[in-house]
Design a protein around this ligand. Structure first.
Ligand SMILES: NC(=O)c1ccc[n+]([C@@H]2O[C@H](COP(=O)([O-])OP(=O)(O)OC[C@H]3O[C@@H](n4cnc5c(N)ncnc54)[C@H](OP(=O)(O)O)[C@@H]3O)[C@@H](O)[C@H]2O)c1
Length: 237
């Protein structure tokens, strides 16, 4: 396994949830971590929480020119992780078409922009985050499943195109992050309890569970083109 000591790790989406847990795990493993996202307030809070070696960068990955300019200016990374996404969900018939396009722009085209522009050094990696709906579709979130499947296909192709840089995807299911703050407290608690009761693992995910898989994908020199499922067994039931 490669060590993270003094490696340059960029976590896009690192100001919250799975990305913040990934940045913390990488920093604890000795990496110099940069977290990138849109909101300066969330970035400042994340950088403060991560400690003196962490840096923050404002970046909107839906903006192809901003992504190109950012990577042109910042040089080569050892590991790049993309957890960034903001996607409204709903049935295909009900979801506003502009919201549907925006979801694809954010999660799929955002990752595509990063893959197209980033510079990653020898032995390095790019890790994307998809989600269980690529394998177990939800009738209420069909688009999310399609975006996740597209990301997993993108990563398998990129593992060939960008080799010897390794490209992997980590696929979570319900994980306790601020993504679920869109629900009120009672609805969120009910969702978590329902998922924990249904999943073979008997619990929902914590951001650290997913971060551990992302670090594994980044560190393991024999892992590329893989989709690593950390979903409590959700895809099985
Ligand atoms: N949590 C779950 O239950 C779950 C389950 C399955 C899959 N996933 C997937 O896991 C990934 C991470 O989710 P999470 O739960 O960690 O979400 P989160 O807590 O909402 O964090 C999302 C992060 O992405 C950033 N971001 C959003 N849009 C961006 C953009 N256009 N450019 C740059 N940064 C952007 C956000 O900051 P700003 O808003 O400030 O930019 C934030 O830092 C997502 O792809 C999500 O779909 C999550």
């Amino acid at each position: 396994m490669r060590t993270f000591t003094n490696s340059r790790v960029l976590v896009i989406g690192g100001s919250s949830g799975i990305g913040l847990a990934t940045a913390r795990a990488a920093a604890d493993a000795g990496a110099c971590v940069t977290v990138a996202a849109r909101s300066p307030d969330k970035l400042d809070a994340a950088v403060r929480a991560l400690g003196p070696r962490a840096l923050g960068a404002r970046l909107d990955i839906t903006d192809v020119h901003a992504v190109q300019d950012y990577f042109r200016a910042c040089g080569a990374w050892d590991h790049v992780v993309v957890t960034a996404a903001a996607t409204k969900s709903g049935t295909i018939r009900e979801l506003d078409i502009e919201d549907a396009y925006a979801a694809m722009d954010s999660k799929f085209w955002g990752a595509y922009h990063v893959a197209r522009a980033c510079s990653i050094g020898p032995g390095g990696s790019l890790t994307l985050v998809s989600g269980v709906f690529s394998r177990r579709p939800s009738r209420n979130a069909v688009l999310q499943g399609a975006i996740n499947a597209a990301l997993e296909g993108l990563a398998r192709g990129l593992a060939l195109e960008l080799a010897p840089v390794r490209v992997n995807v980590v696929s979570p299911s319900v994980t306790d992050t601020p993504l679920w703050n869109k629900l009120d407290e009672a609805a969120r608690a009910a969702k978590y309890a329902d998922a924990a009761a249904r999943f073979p693992a008997g619990r929902i995910g914590q951001p650290e569970d997913i971060a551990a898989a992302i670090l594994y994908a980044a560190a393991n020199p024999y892992s590329t083109g893989a989709t690593i499922c950390v979903d409590g067994g959700d895809a099985l039931v």
